[in-house]
Design a protein around this ligand. Sequence first.
Ligand code: CO
Length: 288
Amino acid sequence: MNAIPETVFRSREVERVVTGASVSDGAGVKLLRVLTSDLQRRLDPFLMLDEFRSDNPDDYLAGFPNHPHRGFETVTYMLAGRMRHRDNAGHEGLLTAGGVQWMTAGRGIVHSELPEQENGLMHGFQLWVNLPARDKLTAPDYRDLPAEAIPAYTADDGVTIKVIAGESDGVAGAVQREATAPLYLDLELPPGATHTVAIPPGHNAFVYIYQGQVELGRRGQRVAARQLAVLSNTPESDGVLLRSADGARLLLIAGRPLHEPIVQWGPFVMNRREEIEAALADYRDGRF
Ligand code: CO
């Protein structure tokens, strides 16, 4: 048994465990929706997290044909498979294993996300990150980050960490955002590992286990694969303690809350109802 590292003075604990729900989205893609609208306030600035994982082409071949977004950012992280992105701002990219696509929908984008494989495993995640009110109508932006553009390191305890956004142990991630300061880490814990991750106090944080099982916090609450653990905003806590007896893979996601009203209508997320109506009208009249 490893001694508990001292880098985290006071660990957050598990406030709530959420099990993902199977849903179908796009043209019939089977997904596990783990962050749902009832958690948007508590996990502000995060609006949604889906995991897609299937080796049955019937579950993913239809993909996500042309559809709009406004008012937030979508972050797609592929672990296995190939997905083609095209949008009406002229961007095109092929997302492959280990790669990330960070898309700022801003004032509006229409895009398609279509699998470029007819068999084999398709596995990845899509996270929605809110934009502050002042940036909701910003120009759309799109970044393709192949696996080699995602900083990764192995800590002394053998834990491998990919830093998609934010900063971890002094390693800057591929993406930084001022308003929401998202921290997006993919961690692989070898069997018996004990590891701490620093999280700024006051930022909302959660862990999603996608393989194995983890004991979280000093209380060691057990969280299993396909479960999301909301981490407490304990005052003075400076991070979280993770342990895994048999090894695990997980996402750790945290961000600075915006504390602004959230009004969502499908792929549009604004602050007020009238802004949703304007989004619908703009989309209908081809102004995206
Ligand atoms: Co989309």
